[in-house]
Design a protein. Structure first.
Length: 123
């Protein structure tokens, strides 16, 4: 079932989200200032391509990570999370879109504070 949902997700827009996160990671890597956020962008890109059967968990809660997440939240995180929540609402209203809405909610949470997160497979 996960494979089918991941294929549907990818075909119906997941490839766009993942590709945009990869592009964002590349742009962050080009700037010296954005380098600390680059690995987080690439992790979210992988999750954006194939989200079903995976979860995002806290991995490291260092003071530097909290500072980076605070800056990210102010500069980019809040509008990225809002974007995913706006996409989740109509999907949740349609009964068949509820699994996709839940993935957008998970992506919204990851968009708020991506530094120090890890993507793990669910058993």
């Amino acid at each position: 079932m996960r494979l089918l949902l991941n294929i549907l997700w990818f075909v119906l827009g997941g490839w766009i989200s993942g590709t945009l996160w990869i592009l964002a990671g590349c742009l962050l890597a080009v700037t010296i200032v954005g380098l600390p956020w680059t690995p987080a962008a690439f992790r979210i890109a992988g999750f954006s391509y194939w989200p079903f059967g995976r979860v995002i968990v806290d991995h490291d809660e260092s003071p530097v990570g909290c500072l980076l997440n605070g800056l990210w939240l102010i500069l980019a995180g809040w509008w990225l999370a809002l974007h995913h929540l706006v996409l989740a609402v109509p999907l949740a209203i349609s009964i068949i879109g509820i699994p996709f809405a839940w993935q957008h909610v998970k992506l919204a949470g990851a968009s708020l504070a991506p530094v120090g997160k890890r993507v793990v497979e669910v058993a």
